[in-house]
Design a protein around this ligand. Sequence first.
Ligand SMILES: Cc1ncc(COP(=O)(O)O)c(C=O)c1O
Length: 396
Amino acid sequence: MFENLVAQPADALLNLIKLHNADPRVDKIDLGVGVYRTGQGDTPVFAAIKQAEAKLLATQDSKAYLGPEGDMGFVHALKPYIFGAKDSDGAVNMARIEGMQAPGGTGGVRLAIDLARRAGIKRVWMGTPSWPNHAQIVAASGLELKTFSHMTNAGTADLDALLGALRDSDPATDAVLLHGCCHNPTGVDYTPAQWDQIAALFGETGVLPILDLAYQGLGHGMEEDAYGVRKVCAAVPEALIAYSCDKNFGMYRDRVGAFYVMTRDGADLEKALSNGAAIARASWSMPPDHGAAAVRLILEDAAMTAVWLDELDTMRARMRQVRERLAAAGRIGPIDMVAVGAQSGLFSMLPLNAEQIMTLRSKHGIYMAGSGRINIAGLTVGNIEAFIGALADVTA
Ligand SMILES: Cc1ncc(COP(=O)(O)O)c(C=O)c1O
C-alpha cells in the first residue's frame, strides 16, 4: 500500500535548523526559523504568560471537554483588540462578528478557507510571495489558487496588483486572502492610505476578504497593526479573519489562535458558526486549551495585560533598532537596506541568489531561508556588523 506514496520534500526551514545546529562555528547566525529572539538570542516565555500559567495552575479545577469552539472567554477577550473597542462612526459592527478558538493561526486559516469553500468559494487569490502554508491550505481544501504580485522591485507593496486582482475577481466564487500586518516573508505592508483604497474596493466589488492577522503588535503597535483588518471589516458585509497569538504572546508550540466570521445578519452568523464547529469537529475535534486559557487570564486582568503589552513594546522596539541599523547601511550591492528599514515585523526578504545564500552559509555561517527571507530578530548588537559585512562580501 504505502509503496504508492510519493515522498514529500522535508520542510526546508526545519532542515535549516538541523544544519545550523550541526555547525560548530561559535559566531554562526541563525536567521531562519520565524520566532522572536532577544538581544541575547533567546526566545523566552513571556513574564505575563508565566503569571497567567501560575494562576491557571492554582485555579483550574477541571479539564473536562469544552467543545469544538474552545474557550469562548478567550475568543471574546481578543475581539476588541482585533476589531476595535468602540461602536463609533466607521467602526466595525461587532454584533455581526463571532469567533471560535483554533489551534494556532494555522487552524484559523484552515477554518476560514474550509468555511469559504462550504459557502461556495471556488478560488482564492493571494499575493506572492506569501507564507508557504497559505498555498498548501488552499490546495488541501480543494480550492483553486490565483496569485498576484505582493511586492514591487522597489521593496514596496504592489497595490496595483492587488486592486487588479480584486477587479478581476468574481464575487460569487472568489475570495482574496491578505496578511493583516507584518507580511511574511517580505515585511512589506500596505500603508493606511492603501488600506483605505483596498477596503473601498472590497466594498465596491463584494469580493470576500480573508484576513490573516498573525503578528499583531509586532509591527507598529496593537492598534496600528489592526488598521487594515478594521478598515476592511467596516467596509464589507462579510469577512473571514484568522488570528494567531503564537507570536504576540510567544506561545508558538502551545498553538493559540482564533477564527472570526462576519456575516450580514444573525441568522447567517449562526449558520456560519455551526459550519465552523462541524469543520473543527472533523479536523481536530477541539482546540488545545492551555495556551488560550493563559491568554484569556492575561486579557481579563489589567495588571497582567500591562505586563504583556510592555513585553510586546520591548520586542517591537528591539526589531525597530535592528532595522534602523540595517537602514544605515544604505545600499549593499543589489540590496536596498533603507527599504528593509521601513518594513515591519519579524521578516524581510533580501534579493539574493541561491549561490549568494549558500556562500553566506558556508563562508560566513549565516543561515537564512532559500527565498532570501531573514528573521530580523536573529540579528543582535553582537552579530549585525558581521552580517552587514558578509552581505557586502557576497554581493561584491
Ligand atoms: C502569515 C502567517 N499566518 C499564520 C501563521 C500561523 O501561525 P501559528 O499557526 O503558528 O499560530 C503564520 C506563522 O508563521 C504566518 O506567518
